[in-house]
Design a protein around this ligand. Structure first.
Ligand code: 5CA
Length: 437
């Protein structure tokens, strides 16, 4: 994309309403625009990143055997009456009426709807196990929407739902998702720690939150320092092995790590004092095992191998896709702006033309830009070099290809790595090779 024609509205001033750095940078770099309290429009730069984050989530869900569907945002109150949650949910639920005065709601989560869909098709134990997921907008009328997309009212969530014949089967599904989550966050350049968590309005008695340690995080956490050192997906973990999935789960449960709601003083006292860590974190994912909490009241049952009807054991697994964009920035920035990890960057590289109108500079920039195609943002504006550098640093492209008249005459460019600040003079071919990885 050519910057001179792009819709990438950056701000010079720091917006006063933004309290945390990721929110400030998302507004300044033109990723989002607030349209109502806790509701955001995603502008080209933000939308590209949101899609990349969503795509990594999708690939890892598919790899773990979950199947993608798309359920609607609007649901009928009737379904929620069947589970008993319509009245229990409270003012966080946005309730609506259609023209026939039928009660509807904007979905805050989809346990009821997916159970309804599944019960209309699943008849026998051969229809199990299954895991269905979607990536869809949710609405929760949060009391205090804040920190931009971190705690929004409308937000994008990946939610998966597993159906198993037995408790053991359900526990296996839970471990598969725990493993998939560790992979998902690692691919985004994040270190997310699975911590024992409260189940809240989703219910059940087994649950882990995936926490990225950050001072600005909304969750208070307690953990054994050893927990941070675990190489979750280290070289000795074979991908997709059942034993390793179990080991990963055992690691997550053996070492003390809990959110404040689940904090257990007695267990905490057994952690050697020097290893006790107390901090804050951002919850980017949350997984639940809740047995028959929805299948029982909603009448979902299948015929078991012995001919008896069985109520499937269920779990649900959420990832805050839009929250992750904020969390990634919170973990990767400096005073100048965002430092996108390669896997989620809106553009892999900025091509910075230091002398627009200089024949050699224009020709070399065009060549590099054409070679990179959609991966590059070409700064072809008639702006000063300082402005271009500042914008590239703010927007955080992993690579900057800087083309000036002296280099262009010698057929060389400068290549800057945003994450480390390293700069090297290289040939255009070498630059392209590095950027393409
Ligand atoms: N049905 C379950 C799992 S699918 C569920 O809804 N879980 S949840 O309530 O924990 O939400 C899942 C994830 O969505 C959270 O871990 C968090 O990352 C994200 N999330 C929750 N509320 C918000 C919000 N107000 N703004 C942004 N992201 C949110």
């Amino acid at each position: 994309m050519r910057l001179s024609r792009a819709f990438l509205p950056t701000l010079k001033e720091t917006p006063a309403e933004a309290q945390i750095v990721s929110h400030r940078l998302m507004l300044r770099a033109g990723l989002v625009r607030q349209t109502s309290a806790g509701i955001y429009a995603w502008l080209p730069m933000g939308w590209r990143t949101l899609q990349r984050v969503g795509q990594i989530v999708r690939e890892e869900q598919d790899r773990a055997g979950a199947q993608e569907i798309l359920m609607p945002t609007i649901q009928s109150a009737e379904l929620w009456r069947q589970s008993g949650r319509y009245d229990a949910y409270g003012p966080e639920m946005l309730r609506l009426k259609d023209r026939h005065e039928r009660e509807m709601l904007f979905g805050p989560t989809n346990e009821e709807m997916v159970t309804d869909i599944f019960r209309s098709f699943a008849k026998s134990y051969r229809d199990l196990p299954r895991n269905l997921y979607h990536i869809q907008w949710k609405f929760r009328d949060e009391v205090r929407p804040r920190f931009g997309v971190m705690r929004g009212r409308e937000f994008l969530m990946k939610d998966a739902y597993s159906f198993d014949l037995t408790k053991e089967g359900a526990e296996h599904s839970y471990r598969q998702m725990l493993w998939a989550y560790l992979r998902t966050f690692q691919r985004m350049g994040l270190r997310a720690l699975p911590m024992r968590a409260d189940t809240g309005p989703i219910g059940g008695n087994l649950s882990h939150e995936f926490i990225i340690l950050a001072e600005t995080g909304e969750s208070a956490v307690f953990y054994d320092a050893d927990f941070e050192q675990i190489d979750w997906l280290g070289a000795d973990f074979a991908p997709d092995s059942v034993q390793d999935m179990q080991r990963c789960y055992d690691l997550a449960t053996a070492t003390y790590a809990a959110t404040d709601e689940m904090h257990d003083e007695a267990a905490w006292a057994r952690v050697p004092e020097a290893r006790r860590r107390q901090g804050r974190g951002i919850e980017v994912g949350h997984i639940f095992y809740f047995g028959t909490k929805y299948s029982a009241p909603m009448g979902l049952s299948v015929q078991g191998p012995d001919g008896q009807q069985v109520q499937p054991e269920m779990g649900s697994y959420g990832i805050g896709v839009s929250r992750l964009v904020g969390a990634i920035i919170e973990a990767n920035h400096d005073e100048a702006g965002i430092k996108w990890p390669d896997a989620v960057a809106p553009f892999r590289a900025a091509v910075i033309n230091l002398k627009q109108g200089d024949a050699a500079c224009d020709a070399l920039c065009d060549k590099i830009y054409r070679a990179l195609g959609d991966d590059a943002l070409y700064d072809d504006r008639a702006e000063r070099a300082g402005v271009k550098f500042a914008d590239a640093d703010l927007m955080g492209h992993p690579w900057q290809v800087i083309v000036g008249p002296r280099g262009a005459a010698a057929g060389m460019v400068e290549l800057k790595r945003r994450m480390t600040g390293e700069r090297h003079e290289v040939s255009p071919e070498d630059a392209l090779g590095k950027i393409r990885g």
